[in-house]
Design a protein around this ligand. Sequence first.
Ligand SMILES: O=P(O)(O)OC[C@@H](O)[C@H]1O[C@@H](OP(=O)(O)O)[C@@H](O)[C@@H](O)[C@@H]1O
Ligand SMILES: [Mg+2]
Ligand SMILES: [Zn+2]
Length: 179
Amino acid sequence: MMLKLLILDRDGVINYDSDAYIKSVQEWIPLPGSIEAIAQLSKAGWTVAIATNQSGIARGYYDIATLDAMHARLRTLVAEQGGEVGLVVYCPHGPDEGCDCRKPKPGMLKIIAEHYKVPLAGIWFVGDSLGDLEAAKAVDSQPVLVKTGKGEKTQAKNLPVGTLIFDDLAAVAAELINN
Ligand SMILES: O=P(O)(O)OC[C@@H](O)[C@H]1O[C@@H](OP(=O)(O)O)[C@@H](O)[C@@H](O)[C@@H]1O
Ligand SMILES: [Mg+2]
Ligand SMILES: [Zn+2]
């Protein structure tokens, strides 16, 4: 049976985002219902992975240890709800470094798919930025926009054909769990 894999963007989907970047564990604050949504998905048999741009590393706003501490916090909160978080992949590079992993490039999605040995076609990738949706489209995954974070602003842009739109991660989880 094929693995039920869901890939999430982080800032603006799982936690509040900020134009000043999320620079510390203290600034990393889950959006309402997001931890519960991940836990419910996990308990329903979904593997929840994360693909996140973290140019704040290249910009010197925070270091890898701080980023890891944010993700440890996420894992602890989800575990407290009986769920677990799968592979977390981040792009630490700046926009001008020409890496293969920074969204809208699909490099992080490919890393996740390779890790779990599943094809990316049709896999839902949930994001709040146009780059998230374009990364999904580039590898024939399903672009899913949530209206949290930068999502409402993104919704006004020219979205990839077939983009699904939900209010928030809780609504995405309800759709996947109940259908
Ligand atoms: O949404 P994900 O991919 O999880 O993370 C986004 C963050 O890395 C930051 O990405 C930055 O974009 P630039 O990297 O400066 O273009 C800005 O949009 C920040 O507001 C945002 O916090
Ligand atoms: Mg985001
Ligand atoms: Zn990168």
